[in-house]
Design a protein around this ligand. Sequence first.
Ligand code: KIV
Length: 267
Amino acid sequence: MTSGKKTIKTLFQMKQNGQPISMLTAYDYTFARILDAAAIDIILVGDSLSNVFQGNETTLPVTLEEMIYHGKAVMKAVKQAFVVIDLPFGTYQVNDSEALKNAIQLVKNTNAQAVKLEGGQEVSQTITKIVQSGIPVMGHLGLTPQSIHQLGSFELQATSQEAKDQLKADAIALERAGCFAIVLEKIPAELAAEIANSISIPIIGIGAGNGCDGQVLVINDLLGLDETFKPKFVRNYLNLNASILEAVKLYIKDVKNKNFPNTNESY
Ligand code: KIV
């Protein structure tokens, strides 16, 4: 392992010292190189690549082989960030042995440091099995996109008292099962803060307010690559969709007008 690379110990220490943890998704070498150079703490090779890279409506279709393909590309660029890869839908739900086999495949083939999977108490035994093999596991609660057909929509989760209690119980179950961190997606800020304050592992929020130990966004959303996707929890730091459109239009114009390449751009 490259010296200076972040580990789960680094992340625990950050939580203990009250240092917020930054996390972003990356799906390829170029973006991973830039994120790593910016000193991002965690890179997630998220199954959101099913949506933003493959153009699917949900995260369900992406396969283990495809996650490995993207994970390998990301890992070639990373020098300092801690890298987590999503176990895609269908690779950990059948039984614990299959889940362990698939988690090992993911880590063995990519060299990533950890895997992430979605769910609460119902996956706690699976998590323990994977953790006992030596692979760190990040949990994911709240809006869990792999269960979108069960949830019915991408709306705010854990709004009733019953659902809030369930989510708290799930977070405790994941900590006990051995997770090193948990992503909380699209839940009330107050609930996320309460969970972050009551358990010892880092809580990373997305649409979960400012009381979490860290924040994660999909890189495409941060860069404003899709002007049609504007949920409240996303902050666009750039409007790259418009910039790329403009750049490509200028290029087309230059080609059509025989303005590109000029003599300095020719041999
Ligand atoms: O797949 C993904 O990008 C994620 C983040 C939204 C946390 O799971």
